[in-house]
Design a protein around this ligand. Structure first.
Ligand SMILES: *Cc1c(COP(=O)(O)O)cnc(C)c1O
Length: 394
């Protein structure tokens, strides 16, 4: 029988759980897009997004998903034939680099594998070898959602500075903005991309590109830029319609306004801290379940694990069976293994955004039941280990 009749829980790494407050804010009649509340609301949304990104610089808003933000960042900063250095720790950086290459940019990719963060020494070496400064940009993903590896963004900037390399630094924070600590200005990031549907708790459909003046100077000569993706009118619009180069995403804006209010009420520091504690509970559970059996967290080093998503490897090829059981029997949807080795060994737990200890404990208890039901080897004590983390840290 199915025990999935309560509220379903989407524990995939985006889209994330919709808060009722966000849903209620969106549940309204179509607003006027020419004047009044909606048009007056947008400048404040831009300011509050910048606070979440920890930047004093600029933000352009798009009706798009994360892939749209990727294209916007590349098109405003690069020209056909430019060379870039892409630092990959999973599926998403590789794909961002691939998108740049389709746009005519020459991509040099360093692949750091799928279980550890970007090696800063190798980055420094690659930049030092570029004596003619051919790399126009360094592109990296803070949290690669496929592997759940978290990279040291400030460390990459420090490596660039040690070499004195003038490339722009482009960072994808789509998975982890408002989950893992990120400081755009303090960490020397020139362009950061994000989207609405993960830590920002709003349905998929809005994307954000944050950029500084150095990046905007690159926009002067970037020949990949097209009218729609141009960040300038969106950032410094002559009229309201230029924010979105057409009709505004009316209801998304109401949802996003509410989500930003929720973040401000909790404070960004506490949002980060909550994600940290809840992810430590998740790790504690899997570390206990993995004792003596062939189940393991994909990223061995705690410092290199994201607070937004956790990728788990199971020994026997039963990840799909577990996901199927959790969804159909218990109402919990887990994430698929994405871009990992074939063989049905991986699943992911999204723990981003609107999430409480009760939800995480429910998810972990359900996973334990699912492992018993489908026959995934595990030691005992996972939920208990998670409870200990929560009892200690709350
Ligand atoms: C989700 C995600 C993307 C892609 O976002 P879409 O909205 O699916 O286009 C890109 N990068 C990272 C790190 C992500 O987590």
């Amino acid at each position: 029988m199915s025990l999935a009749r309560g509220r379903p829980y989407l524990a995939i790494p985006g889209p994330s759980v919709m808060p009722d407050r966000v849903l209620r804010a969106m549940h309204r009649a179509a607003p006027n897009i020419y004047r009044g509340e909606l048009t007056e609301m947008v400048p404040g949304i831009v300011e509050d997004l910048k606070k979440v990104a920890r930047t004093q610089h600029h933000a352009a808003l798009y009706i798009a998903n994360g892939h749209g933000a990727w294209e916007a960042a590349v098109s405003n900063t690069l020209s056909r034939g430019d060379k870039v250095l892409v630092l990959a720790t999973g599926h998403f950086a590789r794909n961002w680099g691939w998108m740049a290459s389709v746009m005519g940019v020459e991509v040099e990719l360093i692949d750091f594998g799928e279980r550890a963060a970007i090696d800063l020494g190798r980055v420094e070496e690659a930049l030092r070898a570029d004596i003619r400064h051919e790399f126009k940009a360094v592109m990296a993903v803070q949290v690669d959602t496929s592997t759940s590896v978290k990279n040291d963004i400030a460390g990459i900037r420090a490596a660039m500075d040690r070499v004195g390399h003038p490339a722009l630094f482009l960072v994808d924070c789509i998975a982890c903005l408002a989950c893992d600590r990120f400081e755009m200005d303090a960490w020397g990031v020139d362009v950061m991309v994000a989207a609405s549907q993960k830590g920002l708790m709003t349905p998929p459909g809005m994307a954000f590109v944050f950029f500084n003046d150095k990046a905007d100077r690159a926009r002067e000569t970037a020949d990949c830029v097209t009218h729609y993706w141009d960040w300038r009118r969106r950032t410094w619009p002559d009229g309201f319609y230029q924010y979105f180069d057409g009709t505004a995403p009316t209801h998304h804006l109401y949802g996003l306004r509410e989500a930003l209010d929720m973040i401000a009420e909790e404070t960004l520091e506490n949002v980060w801290r909550r994600h940290e504690v809840l992810s430590e509970a998740v790790w504690g559970a899997f570390e206990a379940w993995g004792r003596g059996v062939e189940m393991t967290l994909n990223v061995p080093d705690r410092a290199e694990r994201s607070h937004a998503v956790t990728t788990v490897r199971v020994g026997n090829a039963k990840a799909e069976a577990l996901r199927e059981w959790c969804e159909s029997k218990a109402g919990l949807t887990l994430g698929i293994g994405l871009g990992m080795e074939p063989g049905d060994h991986f699943f992911r737990v999204g723990h981003m955004g609107h999430l409480s200890a009760e939800m995480i404990m429910g998810a972990l208890g359900t996973i334990e039941a699912g492992m018993k039901a489908v026959g995934i080897d595990h030691a005992s004590g996972g939920a208990e280990a998670a409870a200990e983390v929560i009892a200690r840290e709350a």
